[in-house]
Design a protein around this ligand. Structure first.
Ligand code: PLP
Length: 665
């Protein structure tokens, strides 16, 4: 549940503040006991569904449902007149019936010729489902099809008059629902648009500034990449539509698989997993099936370095593996001696190593080949977490240096937007010996005989967004992709150099360089001035920036990844904000500013907190709101001040107001 519960906390001024409850402790603290991953929660889809309810409200939804049901009832009555017999059972939008083994395929084919897909559930047995886009004309068309002629001996009006659209009492809902005011206020397009824009304006997004989240790259989602998502040829295909109707769609998958295979050096790709974490799950299942196939099903130990992303141990546990932690050395690299000892100790039972490259410390580990060799010597498989592929595309390939399986976050490296929670795509690539075990899908006949079965409901996952990554790769080409990787690495190193004196860069490779991201150490700041990571993160909002990844993978640090998408000017602007904040902290350190009542501890500053009668703080309102010159021209105003995280986690009761309160208002 963490990351899925929206709870009510309060901000520094005591105003209510909504926040995701329990999320901070989930991956940072619980690690292998973690149960969820925020990115994977497909929040965006839930938000869209919620907006459907906001727009239609309880009455509107009921009207839609009633219409669907009454059209289905008319269809059922018509079919009965045409002597198709159906079991007399309650239905909502779907009716199923036996039509005879010889007629079924004929009907399905005739329907297809008229642009309708009927579902042949099993030989002789057909299902028809209607929705709110099905018109009475569609129902008539269907009935004519089943009648086998162009005219019907009855009219739809006749049928409508005689059907009973009431639900049997046992399934009928009597209670109220969607009573919150939000579902009862925005029922015109204008109102909904304003409501959405109001929510959007609270959000510090890429439209305002860079979002330099380490390992969770938020790069440019180019309009040209996004455009084809809106084409019905991709967006409106049912995952189980007949193969003959989806040739272009499948060609796109094939090309994307080939390209991703080329980029990573793998022989087979499965586009089924919907997120990186699901890719981890799929990949580990593939490894498990491989061991089982070789009669080594007791290989269940999974080695994972201490620095791993929280999803790694969580996925391993979910696959029934036992996690053994491998130490990291002072430079943040895997401690190879410890790895060897653990691999030796668990040799008989070693299933896999999960490793991120470049590491979550933002460094290209020079021991990567040796690490993979050690695992292979002991009969294990190497699972590579490919979330940091943005540092490799065109320069090196996991398949070449020893990985057996790797997931790619198409919603990081390959441009699918993931702000606000997906939808993501986490395809996996595998070496030839693992291809037979890649996920399959019974409904469309996907996969080899030994496949691990489906790991998603749809054979190609969130297929409609694959066009985004296809467009990205197609438009960039090999040279462009390689250039992008180089610029991403250059930008991260530029930032690391710019910030190093003010905030020491925690991990560097032997060359003194970082990969595509850098971790800056804020612990000295806490020691010297009592300024914490949170204070800097919140103060960045006053400067108009989204905070980098906080306290991960090391507590008290920030992980920054600029990516190739940010211009030098934007990178400079971010560095200047960080350096200015360091100066503000220095004032606290020297005693020039109060230890508690200062711009950092009180950040972020809302307009409401600034435009109040009696301003009591020892710094000016200008210092609070306009610490940098550019802000006068383009200021992002936060809507809540500092949120009380602990209070929010301890008070998990979300009390939604009822309709009564709304009516009074
Ligand atoms: C983002 C990320 C994941 C998880 O991917 P999701 O798509 O969010 O499930 C795993 N490992 C690393 C290193 C990541 O950055």
């Amino acid at each position: 549940m963490p990351g899925r519960i929206v709870g009510v906390s309060k901000d520094a001024q005591g105003n209510p503040a909504l926040r995701l409850a329990l999320q901070t402790r989930e991956q940072h603290i619980r690690r292998d006991k973690a149960t969820s991953n925020i990115c994977t929660a497909q929040v965006l889809l839930a938000v869209i569904a919620s907006m459907y309810a906001v727009y239609h409200g309880p009455e509107g939804l009921k009207a839609i449902a009633s219409q669907i049901h009454s059209r289905t009832a008319i269809l059922a009555a018509g079919l009965k007149r045409l002597n198709y017999s159906r079991q007399d059972m309650p239905f909502f939008d779907t009716i199923c019936m036996g039509v005879g083994e010889s007629s079924a395929p004929v009907l399905v084919q005739a329907a297809e010729q008229q642009g309708m897909n009927l579902r042949l559930v099993e030989p002789g047995y057909i299902c028809i489902a209607l929705d709110e886009t099905t018109t009475l004309a569609d129902v008539e068309k269907l009935l004519k099809l089943f009648a086998g002629k162009d005219t019907l001996s009855f009219t739809l009006t006749e049928l409508a008059d005689e059907v009973n659209t009431d639900y049997p009492e046992i399934v009928r809902r009597e209670s109220n629902y969607l009573t919150d005011p939000v579902f009862n206020a925005h029922h015109s397009e204008t109102e909904l648009l304003r409501y959405l824009h109001h929510l959007e304006s609270k959000d510090l997004s890429l439209t305002s500034s860079m979002i330099p989240l380490g390992s969770c790259t938020m790069k440019l989602n180019a309009s040209a990449e996004m455009f084809p998502v809106t084409w019905p040829e991709f967006g409106q295909i049912h995952p189980f539509a007949p193969a003959s109707q989806t040739q272009g769609y499948r060609e796109l998958f094939n090309q994307l698989e080939t390209w991703l295979g080329e980029i990573t050096g793998f022989a087979g790709i499965s586009l089924q997993p919907n997120a990186g974490s699901q890719g981890e799950y799929a990949g580990l299942q593939v490894i498990r099936a491989y061991h089982q196939h070789r009669g080594e099903s007791d290989r269940t130990i999974c080695l994972i370095p201490e620095s791993a992303h929280g999803t790694n141990p969580a996925s391993a546990v979910m696959c029934g593996m036992k996690v053994v932690a491998v130490k990291c050395d002072r430079q943040g690299d895997i401690d190879i001696a410890d790895l060897k000892a653990k691999a030796e100790k668990h040799s008989e039972k070693l299933s896999a190593l999960m490793i991120t490259y470049p590491s979550t410390h933002g460094v290209f580990e020079t021991g990567i080949r040796e690490i993979c060799d050690v695992i292979h010597e002991h009969g294990g498989q190497v699972y590579m977490d490919g979330a940091n592929m943005n540092a490799q595309v065109g320069l090196c390939r996991p398949g070449d240096f020893g990985a057996d399986v790797c997931h790619l976050n198409l919603h990081k490296t390959f441009c699918i937007p993931h702000g606000g929670g997906g939808p993501g795509m986490g395809p996996i690539g595998v070496m030839p010996h693992l291809v037979p075990f890649l996920p399959g899908h019974g409904v469309v006949g996907l996969g080899e005989a030994t496949n691990i079965g489906p790991i998603s409901a749809a054979p190609w996952g969130s297929a409609s967004i694959l066009v985004i990554s296809w467009m990205y790769i197609a438009m960039m080409g090999a040279e462009g992709l390689t250039e992008a990787t180089k610029i991403a690495i250059l930008s991260a190193n530029y930032m690391a150099q710019r910030l190093d004196a003010a905030y020491p860069v925690l991990f560097k490779g032997k060359s003194g360089l970082v990969a595509h991201e850098c971790i800056i150490d804020l612990r000295p700041l806490k020691k010297a001035a009592g300024i914490e990571v949170d204070d800097v993160a919140k103060r960045l909002m006053d400067y108009g920036f989204h905070a980098p990844t906080m306290s991960w993978p090391v507590i008290g640090t920030m992980m920054i990844e600029p990516t190739e998408s940010e211009s030098l000017a934007e990178i400079e602007r971010f560095c200047e904000a960080m350096l200015a904040i360091r100066e503000e902290a220095a004032a606290v350190e020297s005693g020039a500013a109060d230890a508690q009542d200062n711009v950092l501890k009180n950040a972020p500053h809302t307009a409401k907190s600034l435009l109040c009668g009696d301003w009591t703080h020892p710094y000016s309102r200008e210092q609070a709101a306009y610490p940098a010159a550019w802000l006068k021209d383009n200021k992002f105003w936060v809507s809540v001040s500092r949120v009380d995280n602990a209070y929010g986690d301890r008070n998990l009761v979300c009390s939604c107001v009822g309709m009564e309160a709304y009516q009074e208002a």
